[in-house]
Design a binder for this molecule. Structure first.
Ligand code: PMP
Length: 394
């Protein structure tokens, strides 16, 4: 019973099925935050006293563990950020800005759309969008057409859609991207909690990670940058801890990752993030996958039995998130009633309005599971859903 490792479940009576928004945090993560603030609260990479050295060591240990976790080559390839949103914005402004064409897909989160609009790019004016097929799968033929017409581009694609749970074949996307002399950034917000990432095997150039969706604290993320590209990246912000030497004529920057981590970092939360990674490692992705797959197909089968249900993704092409609507009922109305029955799901557009518009809907109800969920959670949810539908029909 993995819920016992998560204090939230001891204190809340909610049936939590909103894991794609954020996951709960295991006790070990919370302990680590408290340990830093109570035992050795100091700044990192600056002072040279015992506690400051301990804080720096703990902070850098997270980098090393994350490096090993995603099979990066070197610690310099791991840059701490606030989350996926900051990582995507950072690459957009320090690297991708120079490219004539940016290629995204039509199933992206707003975080991978709005940074490109901020560069005054619009559809066919510096921004191209790969079709998503009717079954919500990535259209590789269209992708290759776009790359053929726009070689030397910058491609930015989500690994897993937060709105529908559809998982893209990133290895294949990377191969095609590189064939046309382009670069690939991957939005990995929904990945690391559920399956193993090997950045070398995937052959991605940039990979954005979110701690809070991976059982870690909020306000922390990481950006993986392929070693060969580090020298080509401009600095994003500068200031304390990014500098080797400064006079009034010039600033000499440190090397990566430090030149990208300006100012005091989110020390406690970075330190605690490693506990989340260790926790996942202890359980193992194989176990996580087995549990999640079983609950997910159970959920799928139970939903299929509901009258007038519109299911948008099937179990074969997607993981852990199920999006649906009930004919003629507004998804947000169902969400409100489920909330009153202490069920936490997300209803609405899931920060992915363009794909909702493409499907001609305002939003969906999204049930997103984690390995600590159980079939009993699904039973409670289905019972509440049926009740909500009856109430809204009458
Ligand atoms: N991309 C996707 C696919 C997401 O699901 C989210 C979070 N909802 C983000 C980006 C933004 O991530 P973060 O909260 O780490 O900024």
């Amino acid at each position: 019973m993995y819920k016992n490792d998560f204090p939230f479940f001891k204190n809340s009576s909610v049936t939590y099925l909103d894991n794609a928004a954020t996951t709960q945090k295991p006790q070990a993560v919370l302990n680590k935050i408290l340990e830093y603030y109570t035992n050795y609260c100091s700044n990192t990479h600056r002072s040279n006293h015992g506690d400051a050295n301990k804080a720096t060591k703990e902070f850098e240990e997270t980098r090393t563990i994350l490096k090993e976790f995603i099979n990066a080559k070197d610690e310099s390839e791991i840059i701490f950020t606030k989350g996926v949103t900051e990582s995507l914005n950072m690459v957009a402004s320090i690297f991708a800005k120079e490219f004539k064409t940016i290629i995204i897909s039509s199933i992206e989160h707003h975080s991978n759309i709005t940074p490109w609009h901020m560069q005054n790019r619009t559809l066919h004016q510096g921004l191209e969008v790969v079709n998503i097929k009717e079954n919500l799968e990535f259209d590789f033929e269209h992708f290759e057409e776009l790359l053929k017409a726009n070689p030397n581009s910058f491609v930015s694609i989500t690994h897993v859609s937060n709105a529908f749970g559809v998982k893209h074949n990133i290895k294949k996307i990377a191969k095609l991207t590189h064939k046309y002399n382009s670069y690939l950034m991957v939005d990995g917000a929904q990945s690391l909690a559920h399956f193993e990432i090997d950045v070398q095997d995937l052959d991605v150039d940039f990979y954005a990670i979110s701690s809070h969706k991976t059982y870690g604290p909020t306000g922390v993320g990481a950006l993986y940058v392929k070693q060969e590209l580090l020298e080509k990246l401009k600095t994003y912000q500068t200031g304390g801890a990014t500098i080797n030497d400064v006079n009034f004529q010039r600033s000499l920057m440190l090397s990566s990752p430090y030149k990208f981590e300006a100012g005091t970092q989110n020390i406690a939360d970075v330190i605690a993030f490693k506990e989340a990674l260790k926790y996942i490692k202890n359980i193992g992705y194989k176990t996580i996958h087995t549990i999640e797959e079983e609950i997910y197909s159970y959920l799928h089968n139970e939903l299929k039995k509901i009258e007038n249900i519109i299911l948008y993704n099937n179990v074969e092409n997607s993981i852990v998130s199920k999006s649906f609507n009930i004919k003629d009922i507004n998804s947000e109305d169902i969400g409100i009633l489920l909330d009153k029955m202490h069920i936490a799901v997300r209803a609405g557009h899931h920060c992915a309005q363009p794909i909702m518009k493409k499907l001609n809907i305002d939003g969906t109800i999204r049930v997103s599971i984690a390995f600590y969920n159980t079939k009993e959670d699904i039973d409670i949810f289905i019972k509440a859903l049926k009740k909500a539908i009856t109430m809204l029909k009458d």
